[in-house]
Design a protein around this ligand. Sequence first.
Ligand code: PLP
Length: 346
Amino acid sequence: MNTPIDLRSDTVTRPTVAMRAAMAAAEVGDDQYGEDPSTNRLQARVAEMLGKEAALWLPSGTMANQVALRTLTRPGDEVVTSVESHAAWHEAGGAAANAGVQIHEIGQRGVFTADELRAATKPRNFAIFPTTTLVEVENTHNRAGGVVVPQDEVLRICVVARELGLATFLDGARLWNASAASGVALDTLSAPFDLVAVAFSKGLGAPGGSLLAGSKALIATAHRHRLRMGGAMRQNGIFSAAALHALDHHLARLPEDHANAYAFAQRLGSGAPVQLDLATVQTNIVVFHLPATMPLDAPALSARARERGVLVNAFGPRTVRAVTHLDVSRAQSERAADVLVALLAN
Ligand SMILES: *Cc1c(COP(=O)(O)O)cnc(C)c1O
């Protein structure tokens, strides 16, 4: 059988031949001694791109999020996030297990307002309440279908956070996509936040790695938490070289993924009676729902599509996610939509 069209995630991308060559040629040293030149270069470059004083490499986005929570909260605190945030849904309870915090999810469709944050923040000095100490924004929002959080609302959220004494964290695993889709520069998107996480293993196509950026003082604290969590590595330059290569060669092409996702969504939405709001298809993620009247549910559709060489994720009983990336072309995106339409018509 031909190689399947894999739309399960943008994490399925494999390093290109050129990326592997860059990795093979990477200058390396012991990163725990701060002597890995490629990692030092990457950290400086990402800090600069995000407009922060310093940045720190971490093996995964999940660890970046865990380290951010450890850095900005204390056990027993409460963290406010959007509904269905990655922190609440996709980290195996890590916020509770590693940072000892509870998560309060607010808003709708990946977005919440400054007023909703104010209403959710528990009054201080009240014996029975957990102390709300952190607000976390996810941009783009994964489970909401890759939507971009409007920057004017982000600014209002961070003003209210400062007024209420909350720290601010941006889970920007796909901040690159948010910037490409909105035309707002990465450092502008990052500016209002104390800490910002970005990922290289998603649309940028590297085999791993996330960076956390912020002030020198916060990054020094994050550095200690990284070590405690077992995330400090040695000749990490092999990974960093892949990330540097991705910044040079894959960042500028993200709009292609966005156009492919939109083409896929249009074709699927016009061909089959799925619930799919094209207004949510702003970047490289398409989340759609199968009405209860349809015979196929999400796991069944995903299984049938697999038999026909198309891989999508059942995200819920009747919710499906498809993600475009470096390793799928426009033609493949359209073919994948046609396969789903045919399955849903029968
Ligand atoms: C993928 C993702 C992460 C975690 O990244 P991993 O490298 O898979 O651990 C964090 N936040 C968001 C929004 C993500 O989509």
